[in-house]
Structure formats: structure tokens, C-alpha cells
Design a protein around this ligand. Sequence first.
Ligand SMILES: [Zn+2]
Ligand SMILES: [Zn+2]
Length: 301
Amino acid sequence: MNILERFRVPCAWRGGAKQLSVDAVIPLFAVPILSCIAAQTVLCTIITFATTPILVYYLHHNFLRFLLRTKFFLMWNVTSVVMLMLVFEITVVPLLEILPEENWVFIISVAGGIACAYQTKIKADCTSQDGSTSTQGLELGEGSGELCTTCRRRAPPKAYHCRMCQTCILRREYHCKWLDCCVGGSNLRWYMACLLFSAVAFIYGSNLTMTSVCHPFIFIGTILLPDDCSDVYHQLDIALCFVSAIYSLLAGLAVLRCLLYHSWLICIGTTANERRLATSGRSAYEQGSLKNWRHIFCCKT
Ligand SMILES: [Zn+2]
Ligand SMILES: [Zn+2]
């Protein structure tokens, strides 16, 4: 934390200089550099994709989680989306393998994802501002729910406190690090729409790129799938497209998993927060082997 505090850099912004923390700047360089490294050879691709999640997890577990709030994951998200979009529009589209309407479907799904992500964040910010102003208005004992010891007021039923947003969030799902805001009753519909658009954009974009740079084959009538990708590493720009496509596919599958999980929670009528509270009583062994591995590899637990 000390290192991060020392390296805070002032940055010119509309309405004066703003402090920009180092944790928010790291992804701006890390994402393009890692992509270029991964595009060198097939071995570099495998090593980069295998080690990056471990490095990010290590960085988060030993440094970032001690900051009250970090923009690291939001900046990683923004940098990745901008990079994938640029690679697609500058390198893949000029290969003339993609129909204009396919490009439009991709652009609309990306724009939809960004717009819904923005709405999710705006609605969450409104809620936390409402929360902080009404904290002063509400006396201790008002409201009908349980007393929140941090806000020092009675929160409405089904509201849970978020340490990072520093307020109680109604029907709180969880704090989404990738959007740097809480997902709750006020923005869940926008969050679900964001997940849907993002999953379509990532997976469809990945498929369009793969079938442009690899030899495609036709699967069940109209669906194109990549077949032979052995010669993509001869040219750096084609290799970069290929690496972006793999990254996009992995991101798409992660988003799809999240979408299915939250859809399932809505179906059974609960929230991610309540489900976590319900399962937190189980033993460490039952919670999964990840927690046990964490004790071995991380210095601070
Ligand atoms: Zn609270
Ligand atoms: Zn939060």
C-alpha cells in the first residue's frame, strides 16, 4: 500500500489535475504488452494464458485487496474491450472475410454491452449517493430492517452493507470488481443485459476472427467454425488477431457462466449475497480446494 501511495501520479483532467493511482494504470500497459508477447509463438500463447490469471490473482490477493477500492479490474476491462475492438476493426475487417451485416451485429452487441455497463454503474452510484445522504437523515432505529453497525442506521430488509461502496445496498448481489460498483436491486436488470450483450459480443467476435484468420469449415449448414490454425504465427498481425480471438472466447465463456449463474439465482428467488451467507457456515474443506491452495501459495491470508 505504501508503494502504491508513493507512486500516485497527478494527471491533467477536465476541471484540474486528478490523482491517478498506479493500480489503475498497470492494465493500460499490461494488457497490450501481454497480447504482443502471446502473439510470438504458440508456446508464448499457452504460457501467457496460463500465467496471467495466476499473476493477477497474486497481485490482487497480496496488494489490491488491502486498498479500500481499486480501479485495477475496471481498467483491465476497459483496456481489453478497447484493444479487442481495435484489433477487430483495424486488422480483421480489412481481411474482407466478414460481411458488413456481420460486422454490424458485432458493433451493436459491443455498443449494447458498453451502454448497459454504463447504466449499471450510474444506477449503482445513484444508490450509494442516496445511501450516504439518507444516512445523515435517518436516525438510529428508523427503518424496519436490521441495524447496520457501519452506517449506524436501520437498513431496509434485504439490504446488505458493502465495505467498498461504504453503504447498504438494497437486494445486494455482490460487488462487481470488473465494473467497480455494487450489483443490487436498482441495477440488476442492466447488469443482466450487460452480461447478455457482452457474452454475444465476445463469443461472436471470437468466432468471426477465428474463421477469418484460420481455414474455416461449415458446421450444420450455415455455422462457420475454425479448422486449421497452424499458420497464424507467420505474421505478427494475424497472430495478434488469433490471440485476441482466444482471449475473447475465454472472456465470453466467463461472462456466459456469470449470466447463467445469476439467471439461476433469479429463478430460485435469492441473491448471490444471501447464497454466500447461507453457505459460509460450511467447513473450509466443503467450500472447495481453492481456499486450501490459497493458504499454500499466498503469504498473506
Ligand atoms: Zn451499512
Ligand atoms: Zn459495493
